[in-house]
Design a protein around this ligand. Sequence first.
Ligand code: LMR
Length: 327
Amino acid sequence: MRKFGFFAGLLVVLLTATQVFAGPIVIKFSHVVAVDTPKGQAAEYFKKLVEERSNGSIKVEVYPNSSLFDDKDVMTPLMTNAVQMAAPSFSKFTSFAPSLQLVDLPFLFNDANHLHAVLGGSVGQKILDTVGKKGLVGLAFWDSGFKQLSANKPLIWPQDAEGLKFRIMSSKVLEAQFKAVGANPQVLPFSEVYSALQQGVVDAAENPLSNFYTKKFYEVQSDLTLSNHGYLGYLVVTNKIFWSKLNDEQKALINQAMKEATEYGNKLAVKMDEDYLVKIKESGKTTVHELTPEQRQAWKSKMMVIYPEFYDVIGKDLIEEAIALGK
Ligand code: LMR
């Protein structure tokens, strides 16, 4: 009888194990941008590596262009494991983990090297720990690029933005940033930006060049200012329900593929920024403006006054640590 109990127990263990290993494991990866963007391409590359290396036992279904969920709506299915991966921008974590708004602070990063030093060091680790406490597993940071301002008039000095309705992502930092220049920020999902600009629901926006081009915002914005005033990047996340079902080998495979996809996507982000600027100019629909150091400094002085407002919610030490890495 005892022996029977032992074998029955063994059977249960084996069945559970086969259930875990029974393939294919499916990773639904939801995102909101076009395929031809740094995020879109990194997701495709990740899919390719994972499927090849797992011999098809792990399948990655990538859903671009908000075809599965909007960024805002993806958090719930992600938490309940209806979706296994997403790469929302840091702003989209605001209600979930407000300290991630650090990355939204205007003029925080001098350049991409500074940004990578921040996310690749202890500040980045703190961000990963924060989402870890909320039932998610942070897998990587992906770049999009620096954001540029656009409107239907040239935005050269901060006062040019006064009274304009700016589309923003759901971030209190971005809200404060535009209020600081006398504009009216309005939160909208990414999928609604084109029509909102077209119909005049909003007048202006901030986007990296890849999003500005691939979503055809150049058709509905006559002027683009190369302001590089803020950074847009992503935190690639999965959930603990899904992650805990994987064995060590599968986790290692996914982590390695993610590492390579990150390098691939981040390199591409630099190239795409250059290529899309050429394409935007070639469209002939948007006039591109460069700022003199004096003009850029004027935006910087106006926008950076918001930092103290966020000392509590983000953490003054975290902000100071990030700034120090740029010196
Ligand atoms: C936005 O909403 O503007 C961005 O988060 C879109 C994206 O994911 O690049």
